[in-house]
Write a protein that binds this ligand. Structure first.
Ligand code: COA
Length: 162
């Protein structure tokens, strides 16, 4: 299928549109400072999807340092937030954002990518499973409304099947 969107790195002019998409698509909302700060610290993994000059999706991440079994302390890419406008879903944008962000996590030497997702969020869980993520933990009552979360993760680098 011909892609009609393009991915690029976030810049500060995109803030208003990204905040709008976040508020429309997710109950987890943040202050403007939170977005700006994540961008300042991890610009390579803050991406937007653009179609006809309009921002239609975004993804932002952070890099953490943590224990990983026998490997000891490693860098991990944490997906903080991803959303695509409802009018632009099911076109491969979420998948493309995930793949590009995982690629760019390599620039920070991340060896693993992880995220939390609502147990009821079938679209997102499917998206991540299709990208090779596995549920590694379940956290009961993780969200403010007490819904539980799956913690899902996969090794990096991400190598797309050819
Ligand atoms: C999750 C989300 C980002 C997916 O974005 P998208 O651009 O529609 O996803 P894609 O078109 O790239 O779909 C990729 C895969 O995700 C899964 N998927 C996407 N939407 C789905 C749905 N409604 N039901 C089931 N699976 C779905 C499918 O496996 C799909 O692969 P396929 O098309 O080969 O079947 C989007 O639904 C969204 O913004 N949801 C609201 C915000 C949100 O829940 N964010 C995640 C928080 S953890």
């Amino acid at each position: 299928m011909q892609e009609t969107f393009k991915l690029r790195k976030f810049n500060s002019d995109d803030l208003e549109q990204v905040v709008h998409i976040n508020r429309l698509c997710l109950p987890e909302n943040y202050t403007n400072y939170f977005f700006v700060d994540l961008h300042k610290r991890f610009p390579e993994t803050f991406l937007v999807a653009e179609e006809n000059g309009e921002i239609v999706g975004y993804m932002m991440c952070r890099i953490k340092t943590g224990l990983s079994g026998f490997r000891g302390i490693i860098k991990k890419g944490h997906v903080v937030s991803i959303a695509v406008l409802p009018s632009h879903q099911h076109k491969g944008i979420g998948r493309a954002l995930m793949i590009k962000a995982m690629e760019n996590m390599g620039l920070y030497n991340a060896q693993l990518c992880f995220l939390e997702v609502r147990v009821s969020n079938k679209a997102a869980v499917n998206l991540y499973k299709n990208l090779g993520f596995k549920v590694t933990r379940v956290i009961r009552g993780y969200y403010v409304d007490r819904e539980g979360a799956y913690v899902m993760s996969r090794e990096l680098p991400f190598k797309p099947r050819v």
